[in-house]
Write a protein that binds this ligand. Sequence first.
Ligand code: 13P
Ligand code: SF4
Length: 301
Amino acid sequence: MTVREEIEQLKKEKNAVILAHYYVRPEIQEIADYTGDSFYLSKIAVGLKEQIIVFCGVSFMGESAKVLNPEKTVLMPDAAADCPMAHMADAGTIERIRGTYEDLAVVCYINSTAELKRYSDVCVTSANAVEIVKALPNKNIFFIPDRNLARHVASQVPEKNFIFNEGFCPVHEKMSMEEILKAKTAHPDALVLTHPECPDAVCRISDYIGSTSGIIRYAGESSVREFIVCTESGVRYELEKKCPDKKFWFPETEPLCMDMKTITLEKVLHVLKTGENEVLLDDSLRLESKKPLERMLELAK
Ligand code: 13P
Ligand code: SF4
């Protein structure tokens, strides 16, 4: 039997389902039951009929799935696959900002640890952040951890006062304006589609700014046939599947999230076989970090 066949068989035997983010390797996206961006995956994780969720993504994704589905077993193919940005804020600063500003909401990008979520009022993803921040009654917004997504949301919601935090995604932060301009010269008919985790200089020369699912939708609906894509290159798989007749170019320094890429078919098979790398959270952390996640799902309906 091949590794893929073994995975298929074990999935049925153990009543398991595989979720995958667009940034994981193509062969993982191929075997996944559900593939999507962070928002889609957090929604789909609620109400799955299978007992075991194998989450092909980084640890904050597995944690969110467990927080929202405490009765399920959530397995991570690689327990070390983590998002550096998820740790780039701290409880002390949140407390200080809460003490400084009245009428404040702490808005937490879902790319954060459960520990950070527990001190936050609402979670957002790159797909719903603008909509959710607009809907909040508060004037002051402390947006953690990503300064780039915060800046993008602030530009769309000028009526609010933003307090910024110095977190960033190391993969998107590296995207350089010079490389994008070079790609534009090489492909003058292409539109530039950019994830809001990218620096301001890249966003400014983009035709569209949105989450990974937003980028995929935009490319599919556009009459244009060529795109320069400024996000992690794992999205190429879905873009080419959805739009086989269109061309997708990436920056010369390929944007790769090594934490996402560490997940392999062999590791998926291993956790299905052994039940290793289960996500476990203590009850108080789970209940406290659930509130901002549920508020996000409610506000984004
Ligand atoms: P989205 O899935 O919201 O597009 O975010 C990208 C990302 O960096 C996930 O880690
Ligand atoms: Fe984190 Fe960036 Fe990797 Fe997404 S791409 S998981 S934000 S390091």
